[in-house]
Write a protein of this length. Sequence first.
Length: 496
Amino acid sequence: MHDYLNFRYWAGSDESLQHYLLTIAHAARVTLERQPERDTRDPQATSRLLQLQGNVAVINISGMMNNSDNVYRNMAYQVVGYPEIRDALIQAAVMPEAHKILLNIGSGGGAVTGLHDASALIEKIDASMKPVHAYSDTNMMSAALWLGASARSIHIGPMAEVGSLGVIAVHQEMTRMMENIGVKATVMRAGEFKALGHPMEPLSPEAKAKIQGSLDVMYDKFITHVAAARGVPQEKADAAFGQGREFVGDQALAVGLVDGIRTFDEMVASLQGEIDKKKSASQSGLKFSTGPVVKTALTEAQIAAAVAAGIDLNAGTGEEQVTADKEPTEAEAAAAALAAATATNAGAADNPGAGEGGDPPNTNTEAAQAAVVALLQGQLSAAQAQVVELTVQGTANATKVTALQAAVTGLRAVVEASVSRVRIALNLPVVKVDAMSDTELLAEHTTLTEQFTSKFKAGGIAAVSVKTNENPKGGSDGGEPRRAARIAATRPNKEK
């Protein structure tokens, strides 16, 4: 439950906060014994928030938002965690089939804690990997608006609610309730500002001022972020759609809080149409996608320039003609076109009359140069996209390595303790196990295990010879043989 209530400030309406608290309280009673404390799902599994529609990765952000990464409990409580949103964004960013990302938001807000990290990741992916757009046909309020504004565009349905740009904090004084049940609490502090606004004491003017100051700072960051995202001065944004104002449909469009009114189907269809158009342009060689690599071909203009210059596209290949199953690469054809066009224009320079009545002598050269430039630009864009993808994958791998290193450290501590104890049991000199390398420590553990197993057979006493006083009642002089054998195994073996 700590993950779900670990916040002081709420970016949302008071109604949404009360709804969140009641939902958590009710769901906790129902699911506390049935749900695991931590999420045990496969970390490589596809996020529950992510679904692919054509080439659009849709991330569904539905319900109040918190900073918990426990998927099971979030599902049970009908909320969504910022860590879940981040995971879904990363998966969508490296998904080859996805060319654009759509945040499908339906949320009345959420905790301030964790909000900035999720917002920053949206901006990073949109700027360097894939376009990220936001949409809502229900509500995009407060913290949800912060996330939506981080995308490059916001569209909403005609009846969707947007706004509530602000932050709240609720102080609950419990002194009267405590008095009614016969309990008097006294808050003591070292430090003038320590724990101001404690619920076990009346809210002092100093505490109220401190809380209000924190809220003002957060609001200033909020309005600055949204104003910059919407491209308007902060003062204008504050006057037009700040101060907790809420808007419906066309009202939000009129004040500049959103970019358009659409249905969800229209939004997805529009994004897919842009993708298809860009694919077509990439295939024709006119433009090159910044998303996943799309195979490009020489344009008709490039081929025509090569033919006009009398270029043999198979030059240098050792073949007499181009066969259906052996075509030149784009780089080979473009380079050959440029070389031949340059040679042609060089000949034209020696024969000034060659260009009379036709195109200027450098026409072929310019066309071939344009072909090479277009080809290189496409290859550069594809390489940049691959670099970004590899960077994200490298970050994910680094996280896994860190986790594995932590596990190795814990396991090494266990092995070190085991080696030390077994050496004592075998009456061997004490050594500095912490100075051993991992390989040396493992080899030592294996050797000692074999020695220990050989000396102390199964059952604990088969290979042990211990002198004990026969005492049928047991006691410190030996007692039960099994117990005596265990005691002897931990003492120096002075005599056999």
